[in-house]
Design a protein around this ligand. Structure first.
Ligand code: NVA
Length: 345
């Protein structure tokens, strides 16, 4: 039997092939002020102007750190593929980045699912991924491209049903793939400022026939977007969680997590530079698990390194602070294409 090139259904089995994002020409995403105010840190709200690139030095160093990360993965024997470089600063409609690929794409079994993003600044991001989609289609994968964005760019912001205080309504399907974490036949997700109920239904439709069920948990964060600084599974039965974003009681409601050990993540060290333009310092949790015994973490996250060692996981320290400035860390900047599930329970 020929091996499937695309086959990844959890976050911890041995990683064999991965996409690593590219940061060239990344810009502050230009969104309506209400969206910006509900998602990213207040001190940088005014930077979210049309065609405003992130500072040159930060982008240049982020590119170097991503290239180095890709090399570390290649040296571990993992196949690495990269998106196409797109100049987001010169598109007619302001764009964002192709570095945060986990927001854009999720993989479940042999399916590649592109997110129906809520942000208009991501409407042209597929330009960076189309060659990869075609490559994997030619290898037998099923690719679910995003539905065309509606002509009414404000469809998600006007009157309509909302979950809690989140900024988007439910007038069309919207999700970011980073609002979901995969645990084999269960995907844990959250409604957020980027994901609505119709978006979850859209994901469930793409998963039809896989036997995978989507289970939602409730975030404590009114600015919630992207669950991958909330829970990080390390291996079957063990996860770290962010005590400021989710309660243990909420995790205990999930049937798939019965009997799991939940470890609170260490509080991140504050940092002035490089700035967190798009996120909190909780990116400490946004690690990439290589296999049940190794994980890539930011080079300076000593407390997390100690915690992982206590649980039998070897941290591989990789510098990544300039990439943080663009909105994510190792988990956000990757999409696992294939993990070896042959030994998992
Ligand atoms: N929006 C969250 C998650 C980022 C991956 C944060 O800033 O902490």
């Amino acid at each position: 039997m020929t091996e499937q090139v695309v086959n990844a259904s959890n976050e911890w089995d041995p990683l064999q092939e991965v996409i690593v994002g590219v940061a060239d020409h990344s810009c502050f995403p230009f969104e309506p002020r209400i969206v910006v105010e509900n998602t990213v840190p207040a001190r940088y709200w005014d930077e979210h102007r049309p065609h405003n690139p992130f500072p040159e030095e930060i982008v240049a160093k982020a590119c170097e750190q991503l290239d180095n990360f890709a090399k570390v993965l290649t040296d571990l024997g993992i196949t690495v593929r990269r998106p196409k470089v797109v100049d987001f600063s010169s598109l007619e409609t302001p764009g964002y980045t192709a570095s945060m690929v986990r927001d854009a794409i999720t993989v479940a079994q042999d399916r590649i699912i592109e997110a129906p993003y809520s942000w208009r600044s991501r409407n042209h991001e597929s330009l960076a991924y189309e060659d990869l989609f075609k490559h994997y289609e030619a290898q037998g994968a099923k690719v679910y491209r995003r539905p065309p964005p509606p002509a009414d760019v404000d469809a998600l912001l006007g009157p309509g049903e909302r979950h809690r205080e989140y900024v988007i309504n439910d007038n069309r399907p919207a999700f970011d793939a980073a609002d979901f974490i995969r645990l084999d036949k269960t995907i844990i997700g959250q409604l957020s400022n980027t994901t609505n109920r119709s978006g979850v239904k859209h994901l469930e439709k793409c998963l039809e026939g896989t036997g995978i069920e989507v289970v939602l948990v409730e975030s404590l964060d009114s600015h919630a977007f992207h669950i991958d600084a909330t829970i990080t599974p390390l291996r079957e039965g063990l996860l770290i969680y962010n005590p400021t974003y989710i309660t243990v009681e909420e995790l205990q409601k999930v049937e798939r997590l019965k009997g799991w050990k939940f470890i609170p993540a260490p509080f991140p060290k504050p940092r002035e530079y490089p700035p967190f333009f798009m996120s909190s310092a909780w990116l400490i949790m946004n690690i990439l698990v290589i296999d049940p015994k190794r994980a890539i973490i930011e080079a300076e996250d000593d407390h997390l390194a100690d915690l992982l060692l206590e649980h039998g996981i070897t941290p591989i320290r990789v510098p990544f602070q300039y990439v943080h400035s663009l909105g994510g860390s190792f988990h956000c900047t990757t999409v696992d294409i294939r993990r070896d599930h042959s030994t998992s329970a």
